[in-house]
Design a protein around this ligand. Structure first.
Ligand SMILES: [Zn+2]
Ligand SMILES: [Zn+2]
Length: 59
């Protein structure tokens, strides 16, 4: 029920793995400004990401 626990856990937006402590990229959604994290693997593969808040997708 509570979503408060998810704030500290950083997850790759593309593949969902825990990226805390890794060299993951973090940036803000160009649409809504929500913080987005992506692991180095997905960044290398240029996987698409989708913002959880507004549904924006981008490379
Ligand atoms: Zn990933
Ligand atoms: Zn967004």
């Amino acid at each position: 029920m509570s979503e408060s626990g998810q704030r500290s856990a950083r997850k790759c937006i593309s593949c969902g793995i825990n990226i805390s402590g890794t060299s993951a990229a973090s940036f803000k959604c160009p649409e809504c400004g929500s913080q987005i994290y992506r692991c180095s693997k997905c960044r290398k593969q240029s996987n698409l990401y989708e913002c959880n808040d507004c549904g924006f997708t981008g490379p």
